[in-house]
Every structure is written in C-alpha cells, then in structure tokens.
Design a binder for this molecule. Structure first.
Ligand code: ADE
Length: 225
C-alpha cells in the first residue's frame, strides 16, 4: 500500500510515522508513506496557500490551484483508489472504514487548514471525506495520522502476531476484554482465577462474556447493529 499525505505542515507528521509499528511497516516495505509539502506547489514567492473567503467572514480558505497541481502530479504517476479529505464534517471514522481502506492499494490524504479548502477541491478531487470525531482540530494532520495508523496496523504482516488486530475492540462490534500480566497478585488485587487455569475453552468463554458485559455497560449502541 502507498499513502500520499498532502499537507502545509509536513513536520507535524514526522513523529507519528517515525516510530513503532508505523515505522516498522515502512521498513518492512509493506506500506510506503510519502508526505508532500503543499508549499512546494504554492503560486507565489511568499508560498501563500490560502486567501480570503469570498463573501467575507473570519478565517482564510485554502486555494484550489496548489492542491490541484499536487494531486494532478501524483495522479500522473499512478492510479489512486481514494482521495480522502480530513474534515470535521466528513463521515466519522470507525473500524469498518479502517478495514475497508486497509484493502486498498494507493490512497491520497489531503489535510485541511484554516477554514478548510475551496469547495471546488471537494467537488473535483475528493472521493471520501473523513472526520476522526465530533470535535474540531487545528488541521487535518493529526486526523491523517490517526486514520493511517488505524489502516496500516490491519495490513497483514504489519503486526507481529497477526491475530492480534482481529481481537481488537470494535473488530466484531464488541469492546476488548480486560487483560492482566504478572504479578498474579498486586496490593491484594488478584488476577481472575480462570486466566491462571490454563483451560483454553474456559478462558475463551470468560473473555467473550467480559467483552459482552463491557460492551453492554459502556457502549450499548454497538450491540444495536
Ligand atoms: N480537521 C479538523 N477537525 C477534524 C476532525 N475532527 N477530523 C478530521 N479532520 C479534521
């Protein structure tokens, strides 16, 4: 998979992709993440990317031409399955969307800033608009990092224990069960007996029941689907 991220703040994305699982996925050649500085496509020497909103009002709007030039240059080199725009008014990211997107080959993710992008960018280029939650961030970069992480960890070979992504919360519309590690007793708090029993079937049943109870009490909406 290849993910091209278009941003006016490329430095913001260095750290999320430079560590741990996302770095390893790139080192293993499973995913290629390429961050593009939109300023390289700016129209003037000042490297301006935004302009006043027609009709007035506070806040600047990202211009269409630099974005067009960047996306067009990328599309000239390969085909893309989706051109995603990170925006608080997009569809809210969930596990099912991450699963779907993890099966794609090439993705472009465009990060918005200021008051957002000229509406014509959305009409012309964007195939999918995604929000990471009902709150407003300063820009789309952190959202792009969240989305990429959720996608990349699902690609086979990225996680060392391939089954572990399958037992994540949300993967089967259930929250994950509680987990414990050594010591078996800490300040009088003990690990549930069944987990020490070595009885695989009982452990599996216990985990499923815990997942169900947790989902019922914390996220009953997940059980309605
Ligand atoms: N940009 C600003 N807020 C955002 C959000 N909640 N999700 C995705 N991109 C955003």
């Amino acid at each position: 998979m290849r993910i091209d991220i278009i941003t006016c703040l490329p430095k913001l994305l260095e750290s999320p992709f430079g560590h741990s699982i996302l770095q390893r996925a790139q080192d293993k050649g499973i995913v290629e993440v390429v961050v593009h500085d939109l300023r390289a496509y700016a129209l003037n020497k000042q490297k301006q990317l935004d302009d006043y909103a027609y009709g007035g009002g506070a806040g600047m709007v990202m211009q269409i031409e630099p974005i067009d030039n960047c996306i067009t240059a990328l599309k000239a080199k390969r085909t893309y399955d989706e051109v995603i725009y990170m925006t608080p008014d997009g569809e809210t990211l969930n596990q099912q969307m991450a699963n779907e997107l993890s099966l794609r080959g090439n993705l472009i993710i465009l990060c918005g800033h200021y008051k957002g992008v000229d509406e014509r960018v959305r009409e012309l280029f964007i195939t999918r608009e995604i929000s990471i939650g009902d709150y407003v961030l300063s820009g789309g970069e952190l959202g792009a990092a969240v989305l990429s992480d959720a996608i990349i960890r699902l690609i086979p070979g990225v996680l060392s224990d391939e089954t572990s992504a399958l037992t994540d919360s949300f993967q089967d519309n259930l929250l994950a069960p509680p987990v414990y590690t050594r010591p078996a007793e800490y300040k009088g708090m003990t690990v549930p007996e069944v987990l020490l029993s070595g009885h695989e079937k009982k452990i599996e049943e216990w985990r499923f029941q815990q997942s169900l109870d947790r989902t019922k009490s914390r996220r009953p909406d997940l059980l309605e689907d």
